[in-house]
Design a protein around this ligand. Structure first.
Ligand code: PLP
Length: 681
C-alpha cells in the first residue's frame, strides 16, 4: 500500500509510540483513580505527579499553577473566564478597569469566540478589539501601545497555527510594561510546545493554554498555566480534582501519554533540532518552487516555526492543490483545519493583507519535530509528481506541449457550463457557450494544448464571446466573419477531424448537433450530442436519435447530460453503492467490469498505485463523462464501477449512467479514502 505522508502536523499529530504504550499502561495496568487512597490509586497518582512535575520544569512554571484539562479550547475558556470574573469583581468594587478585550487578528477562533461568549454571559459588555498584524503576521506594536491603556485583557498567540508566524512576546511584554497597563495577558501556546523555548514564570504572561494532540500526545488532553497571583476561577466544579482547579476524574491515559512526550522534550533526545527542522522546510520549499512555478510563500520563514509552510500558486485553487496532494497521499490542509472543507479565504492571510487569490488558494504544509529525512525526501518526490500531474493537465504552464486531448469536455461553474469539442489530430477545437468566468481556464487550456479555436459559438444571441476572443490571441482567427451566435457566415457545418458540428436555429436560440457526418449531412442516427440552453427535446427530436445525449449549458444539479429518450427513473437505485468490503467479490464475479476513476486527471496522474482491488482503472473525469457515457451506452454494457476520493463524484457518475439506462453502473461508497489502494506501481 502506498504509505501516506502526513504533513498536517499543525492540525494534529500521530501519537508517539512510547506515549501509546504509556496510555495503554494507564488503562490496563495502572488504571487506578489518582484520588483513591489505596495502592492502585496511589500508582496512578504517581503517574499524574510525575507528568505535572515534568511540565512544571519544562515550561518554567515556577510558583504558578499547572493543571491538566481536556485541551487548549478548555484552557482558553478557563483563562478568559478567570480574567473576566476578576474584572467584573473589580468593577463591582468600584475599581476602574479597562474597556477593551484586545486580541490578535490572527488568533485561533477559540480566543475571540470565548471572549465574546463570556463577555456576554458575565454581562461585562466590554468591547472586543482586534489588534492588527502586518504583512508578515507580526502584531502592530504601535496600535498595541495606543490600546494598552484601555485594555482589560490582551490575547496574543505564541505561534500561529496557519502560518507558523512566531510572535515577538518580549516586544509585546515591553509595550505592556511601558504603558503601565493593568491588563491581563493570555498567550495561546498550542503551536509553540516543543518548538519554542518557554520559561513562563520569567514573563508577565498570566495564562498559557496547551494542547497534547499538537505534539504527539492524544486528543482530549491539555494543560493550562496560570501565573502566581493571576486571578483564577475554575471552569468545572465537582470532586475537587487538580487541587480544586479542574474537577472531574483525570484523563489518566491522556496525561500519562502527555507525560511521556514532555519527558522526551526535557531529555532532548527524541525530537529534531531547530536547525534540522529548518533544513527540512528548506527542502520542501525547494521542491515546491521546482514543481509549482510561481509558488508564493505566505509566511516569512525567518519569523516562523521551522515546521510550517504556507503557500499559494497562481492559477490554482486550494481545492485543486488539496486534491492533487491527497491523490499523491500527501496530507496537507487548506487554511486551518476547521475551515478545510470550505475553500473560504483564510482570515489569517486576510489579516496579513494577502491578496484574495493567495488567501483563498492557500495550502498549509506542516510537520512535527519527529519528522525524518526519509519522509521529507519522499514528500519532495511526491511534490514533484504532483507538479508533473498538474502540468500534464494544463493547470500549470509547461515548456513541453501537453499530450493532446480529444473528444468532448464540459467545463462547469456555478451551475452553468461551457463545452469544448476537441480534435487531437488537427489540434483544433470548438468552444460552445463560453462562460466569462471560464475565460482564463479555456485560454490556458487552449494555449497549453496548442489548439487552434475554429469557432466560438453560443446557444443565445446575446452571449458575450468578446472576452474569450480577446484572450485567445493567435489561437483564434480574429477576422472570421460570424453571425450573432458566433457561427461562421455561410458555413452549413463545421468539420473538426472526423466530427461535424451543425447548427439549428430555433427562434431566439440556437442549438448545435455533433456527430459523424456522411458528406455534409448529419443524419439523425449519426448525432451523438446536442447542445442547448434549455431542454429543447421536442424541437430536436426529428433531428436526432434515441442515443443522442442532450448536453445542457446550464447544469445546476450536475446531471452532465440527458437522454433524448424518456428519462429512466432518476432516483438512486438501492444496489448502486458498492462498499469497499464487497468490491473484491464483485470484481471476481465480474471479470469484465471496468473500474473508472472520476477524479480529475491530475489526481489520477498523481496517484502512484492501481485502482482499488489492484485493477487498472480508466481515468474519466466528470467533465469527460458525457463523451464516455455515449460510448458505454452504445457498447457491450459491461459493469462500470466508478470511484473517486470520497464517493461523492462517483455517485453522480453512476446516477447519470443509471438515468441513461445503463443497469450496471455502480459507485464505490466512501471512495479511495476507505478502499485501500493496492501496492504502489
Ligand atoms: N489554539 C491554537 C493555536 C490551535 O492551533 C488549536 C488547535 O486547533 C487550538 C487553540 C485548540 O486546541 P484544542 O484542539 O486542544 O482544543
Amino acid at each position: 500500500m502506498t504509505t501516506e505522508i502526513y504533513l498536517d502536523g499543525n492540525a494534529t499529530t500521530a501519537v508517539l509510540p512510547a506515549a501509546i504504550a504509556a496510555a495503554a499502561d494507564a488503562m490496563g495496568q495502572r488504571y487506578g483513580n489518582p484520588s483513591s487512597s489505596h495502592g492502585t490509586g496511589l500508582q496512578a497518582k504517581v503517574l499524574l505527579d510525575q507528568a505535572r512535575a515534568c511540565a512544571i520544569r519544562l515550561l518554567g512554571v515556577g510558583d504558578g499553577r499547572l493543571m491538566f484539562n481536556s485541551g487548549a479550547t478548555e484552557g482558553i475558556q478557563t483563562a478568559v473566564l478567570s480574567a473576566l470574573v476578576a474584572l467584573r469583581e473589580r468593577r463591582e468594587r468600584g475599581e476602574a478597569i479597562g474597556s477593551l478585550l484586545v486580541y490578535g487578528a490572527t488568533e485561533h477562533k477559540a480566543v475571540p469566540e470565548s471572549l465574546a461568549h463570556w463577555n456576554r454571559l458575565l454581562g461585562l459588555n466590554l468591547t472586543l478589539q482586534k489588534l492588527p498584524v502586518d504583512q508578515d503576521g507580526a502584531h502592530d506594536l504601535a496600535q498595541l501601545r495606543a490600546l494598552a491603556p484601555q485594555a482589560a485583557l490582551v490575547c496574543t498567540m505564541a505561534a500561529n497555527n496557519e502560518t507558523g508566524v512566531i510572535t515577538d512576546l518580549a516586544a509585546i511584554e515591553a509595550v505592556l510594561a511601558e504603558t503601565g497597563t493593568a491588563a491581563y495577558w493570555l498567550v495561546d501556546c498550542v503551536q509553540a510546545l516543543g518548538k519554542l523555548d518557554l520559561n513562563l514564570a520569567a514573563t508577565r504572561i498570566d495564562y498559557a493554554p496547551f494542547s497534547g494532540h499538537k505534539l504527539y500526545a492524544p486528543k482530549g488532553v491539555g494543560m493550562l498555566y496560570v501565573r502566581a497571583g493571576a486571578p483564577f476561577t475554575p471552569l468545572i466544579m465537582g470532586g475537587g480534582q487538580e487541587s480544586g482547579q479542574r474537577s472531574g476524574t483525570e484523563n489518566m491515559a491522556g496525561i500519562a501519554a502527555l507525560g511521556v512526550v514532555l519527558a522526551a522534550l526535557e531529555r532532548g533526545d527524541t525530537f529534531r533540532s531547530h536547525h534540522q527542522l529548518a533544513s527540512y522546510r528548506a527542502r520542501l520549499a525547494e521542491s515546491l518552487r521546482a514543481a509549482l512555478p510561481g509558488v508564493v510563500f505566505n509566511n516569512p520563514f525567518d519569523k516562523s516555526l521551522p515546521t510550517t509552510l504556507n503557500f499559494s500558486v497562481p492559477g490554482l485553487s486550494s481545492r485543486e492543490l488539496m486534491d492533487v496532494f491527497d491523490a499523491a497521499q500527501v496530507r496537507v490542509s487548506s487554511g486551518s483545519a476547521c475551515s478545510a472543507a470550505k475553500a473560504a479565504p483564510s482570515y489569517v492571510l486576510d489579516a496579513m493583507h494577502a491578496p484574495l487569490w493567495r488567501s483563498a488558494g492557500a495550502i498549509r504544509m506542516s510537520f512535527g519535530p519527529l519528522a525524518d529525512e526519509a519522509t521529507i525526501n519522499d514528500a519532495c518526490r511526491r511534490i514533484e509528481r504532483c507538479g508533473a500531474a498538474l502540468r500534464a493537465s494544463c493547470l500549470i504552464p509547461s515548456e513541453r506541449t501537453a499530450v493532446p486531448h480529444d473528444g468532448l469536455l464540459q467545463l462547469g461553474a456555478e451551475g452553468a457550463c461551457s463545452w469544448l469539442v476537441l480534435d487531437a489530430a488537427s489540434r483544433s477545437c470548438i468552444v460552445i457557450d463560453p462562460l466569462p468566468e471560464m475565460t482564463e481556464r479555456i485560454e490556458s487550456y487552449v494555449r497549453c494544448q496548442n489548439y487552434q479555436v475554429r469557432a466560438i459559438v453560443s446557444t443565445r444571441a446575446d452571449a458575450d464571446r468578446g472576452v474569450l476572443i480577446d484572450a485567445l490571441g493567435r489561437h483564434f482567427d480574429h477576422h472570421a466573419v460570424t453571425d450573432a451566435y458566433g457561427w461562421p457566415a455561410a458555413a452549413a457545418t463545421i468539420k473538426l477531424g472526423a466530427r461535424t458540428l451543425a447548427s439549428v436555429a430555433d427562434g431566439a436560440a440556437c442549438h448545435y448537433l455533433l456527430g459523424v457526418a456522411d458528406g455534409d449531412t448529419l443524419a439523425p442516427h449519426a448525432v451523438r450530442f446536442a447542445f442547448s440552453a434549455r431542454p429543447a427535446v421536442d424541437a430536436l427530436r426529428p433531428l436526432t436519435c434515441a442515443q443522442t445525449l442532450l448536453c445542457p449549458t446550464r447544469d445546476e444539479h450536475n446531471q452532465f447530460c440527458v437522454g433524448m429518450a424518456a428519462p429512466a427513473n432518476a432516483g438512486a437505485p438501492s444496489d448502486m453503492q458498492l462498499d469497499s468490503a464487497a468490491l473484491d467479490a464483485f470484481l471476481q464475479a465480474h471479470p469484465d467490469a471496468q473500474l473508472i476513476d472520476v477524479r480529475e486527471p491530475y489526481e489520477f496522474a498523481a496517484t502512484a498505485a492501481p485502482g482499488p482491488g489492484g485493477r487498472q482503472a480508466l481515468s474519466v473525469p466528470l467533465g469527460r463523462l458525457a463523451e464516455h457515457a455515449s460510448d458505454w451506452l452504445r457498447g457491450e454494457r459491461a459493469p462500470l464501477v466508478f470511484f473517486c476520493r470520497s464517493g461523492n463524484r462517483s455517485q453522480k457518475a453512476a446516477q447519470l449512467l443509471r438515468r441513461l439506462g445503463h443497469a450496471q453502473a455502480y459507485s464505490l461508497g466512501g471512495g479511495l479514502a476507505l478502499a485501500p489502494l493496492a501496492k504502489a506501481a
